[in-house]
Design a protein around this ligand. Sequence first.
Ligand code: HEM
Length: 417
Amino acid sequence: MEEDLTNVDVASPAVYGEGVPHDVLARLRAEDPVHWHPWPGHGGGFWLLTKHADVVEVGKDPEAFSFQVGHIALEDREPDELAARQSMIETDPPSHTRLRKLVSSVFTPKKVREYGAYTRRVAGELLDEAIAKGEFDWVPAISEPLPIMVLIAILGLPAEDTPQLIEWTSELAAATDPDHVPDPVKYPTDVDPRLLPFGSPAAWHIFEYGRKIGEERRHHPTGDLVSRLVHAQVDGERLTDTEYTNFFEVFVFAGNETTRTGISQGILALMEHPDELERLAADPSLLPTAVEEILRFGTPIIYFRRTATRDTEIRGTPIREGDKLALWYLSANYDEEVFADPYRLDLGRKPNDHVTFGGGGPHFCLGAFLARLEIRILLEEILARRVRFELTGPPVRLRSNFINGFKSIPVRAVPAR
Ligand code: HEM
């Protein structure tokens, strides 16, 4: 007998610890695309939107579906928590438009390409070091260091702080797993964890580090992103300390864990579809579509939440002011109405209108070009080395309903056929 859809907890971190519940998501798309998902203890529940068209439409309408009221995650937050954490992503237009203008010029395709040579060098060195070992864990060897090292360059942070930043950001990523308990000796802080992203003390260390670097750049600007932020004027006023540190933190999280997951998902998808990798090796002109397909297939962010600001309806289902809605990117990217044969990795897929970076609304991922660049360069460097990878054990997934990530992917390097 088929399971009653109302009993399936698609928002449970434990479910994602085992794997993506694609069968249930497919049934929801077909049978109940605007699904009331009960979630006791978190305001009773939320609307789970699984269709591509709805995710795009709601994401493009910040007036009716706010990022700022409530939070981007499903859990309820007290007003002091919301205020302490508010960054550009939890800000609605028109304030959001002003904040985004401050940083958008750093992430244009042209600007991002300037980091291409550096990214290639880092990706190449990480690959060479890992391949020399023969067998290694892909996550700490490649997925973790590459995105943070690129961000360190863009933000303008001292290179010698790289190991410390990798440790904090890995700790922050682990905190999206509700079972994770931080080590109080390694991550001491007496700040109320409610006020920290993911309740993680590592976030406090990142805030404090960002504050210290910001103070230095205030006196000695160097032209990097931190200098730009601390000297920026919004409507004639400097960013407040909280605005600045939340900006800093958003880059360190949004630009890091997401791309890390894209890289982990990418290598797994290629190991599971070796013919597609050979297809790419034989025809590197497929690289642009390959990057998009890896991003669709791996969908690093599972969902973002919006909150209805007025009574409305979606597909005839009434939505009340204050209701939470979850834009389930991980389902929309497999919507068979938009993607033919969605469970097949097709590195030549075109068009590929995925919503991995959002559906095109005002918060569309600022770092999309950077993430694409990193994944593309990594693929190029793998192909250039004529190396392939094989799993040597089961990959370990993050127990998170937010990040579609991995803690470990044990692999062995082998020569290409
Ligand atoms: C594969 C990697 C990435 C994925 C899957 C991803 C995904 C997303 C998504 C889904 C959103 C929200 C879009 C919306 O609601 O419409 C977003 C926003 C954002 N992303 Fe990314 N992202 C990635 C990489 C990056 C990188 C590398 C950076 C920066 C260095 C970055 C910075 C941001 C920022 C600042 C926002 C908020 C933009 C705003 O509020 O206007 N992301 N990202």
